[in-house]
Design a protein around this ligand. Structure first.
Ligand code: PBG
Length: 339
């Protein structure tokens, strides 16, 4: 019987293998690896999402997001200062109101929890950290949808735009620097830009949640804002199956005047992020959402993965895919490690 080919080769080899290229050369020492690193996480490129809740007198920890809490106005201020001291680049605020109604009145009330919280943040961190608002109705409506409903119970796109315009004026009046439009209504960027200009808020920037998917990874966030939603958001947020459509949404937002475009969630949508980063003439952000946070925390708590390495790796992966900055619930802690 014939000798197997592999065995024959081994037996007759005379020349030692010599790879023509040796990429390992640049991995040999920590200093070499540091020198040639293509990306490095900088605290200034991190944005901390925060929750402020009306009517509580102590922070409420979130079971599904260990380490994250709904803040009182006081603990919000303290956490903002802590983030600023760690060098975090921005804060994104979400409000949890005590009372909700069909049109989300609390969202446009100048003394509503989100507007009051934004004013507190601006007062606390001034121009040292960028203050961003979540411009969406879902926390404020009693049905939990991101817009108002028509007679048939469907989310009414154009009626919602009017509410977003009022919300934008309320947010801009607090001194917030950036408005984060997360509702996924058609035409929302143009509608908001128009009223901001008309009202003299020419310097208030718009961060458009351009490619925002109807994602299971928002689960813990819904606890964080005490979401009233029954059903889903699939008639306005995007289908996870669609990449090309993410580019279309980003392109539309750019045409409508978005100052920054965002992809959300991050880790499951790095392809969309890379494609948007490729075409965008404006900065691109990515949101590492609540479920991404919860997965790493849960696995780390079980001892199944190394917590710090997993956090650092997940964030730098989002940067590598093309994000200029990253929204992450680990912003303050991660910034602390990087100092
Ligand atoms: C809508 C909004 C959501 C998130 C940010 N803005 C929830 C949703 O669309 O259902 C999710 C953020 C996260 O999961 O961390 N206001």
């Amino acid at each position: 019987p014939a000798t197997p080919a592999a065995a024959q080769t081994t037996a007759t080899r005379r020349v030692e293998p010599r790879p023509a290229e040796r990429p390992r050369r640049l991995r040999a020492t920590p200093s070499l690896r540091r020198l040639v690193a293509e990306h490095r996480t900088d605290p200034a490129d991190l944005v901390l999402p925060m929750f402020v809740r009306e009517g509580i007198d102590a922070p409420v920890p979130l079971a599904s997001m260990p380490g994250v809490a709904q803040h009182t106005m006081d603990s919000l201020r303290r956490a903002a200062v802590e983030a600023a001291q760690a060098g975090v680049g921005g804060l994104m605020l979400f409000g949890v109101p005590a009372v909700r109604d069909a049109v989300g009145s609390g969202a446009t009330d100048p003394d509503g929890i989100l507007n009051a919280g934004l004013r507190a943040l601006v007062e606390e961190v001034g121009d040292a950290v960028v203050v961003m608002s979540d411009l969406c109705l879902d926390e404020f409506t009693d049905h939990g949808h991101c817009g108002v409903l028509d007679a048939a119970g469907r989310v009414d796109n154009d009626a919602t735009l009017v509410r977003y315009q009022d919300m934008a004026l309320a947010h801009a009046a607090t001194g917030a620097h950036v408005l984060g439009l997360s509702g996924m209504m058609d035409g929302q960027v143009a509608a908001v830009r128009e009223v901001l200009e008309a009202d003299g808020h020419t310097d208030t920037a718009i961060l458009a949640y351009s490619a925002k998917y109807a994602s299971a990874f928002y689960g813990p966030f819904r606890d964080a804002v005490d979401s009233q939603l029954r059903g889903d958001r699939k008639t306005y947020q995007m289908d996870p199956a669609n990449g090309r459509e993410g580019l279309r949404e980003a392109t539309l937002d750019l045409t409508e005047g978005a100052d920054i475009v965002m992809v959300k969630p991050a880790l499951s949508y790095l392809d969309v992020l890379a494609d948007v980063a490729e075409l965008s003439p404006v900065p691109v952000a990515a949101y590492q959402v609540s479920g991404e946070y919860a997965m790493i925390e849960a696995a780390a708590a079980q001892g199944w993965i190394e917590r710090r390495r997993a956090i650092e790796e997940s964030v730098v992966s989002i940067q590598r895919a093309g994000a200029d900055f990253v929204l992450t619930y680990w912003a303050t802690e991660l910034a602390g490690w990087l100092r």
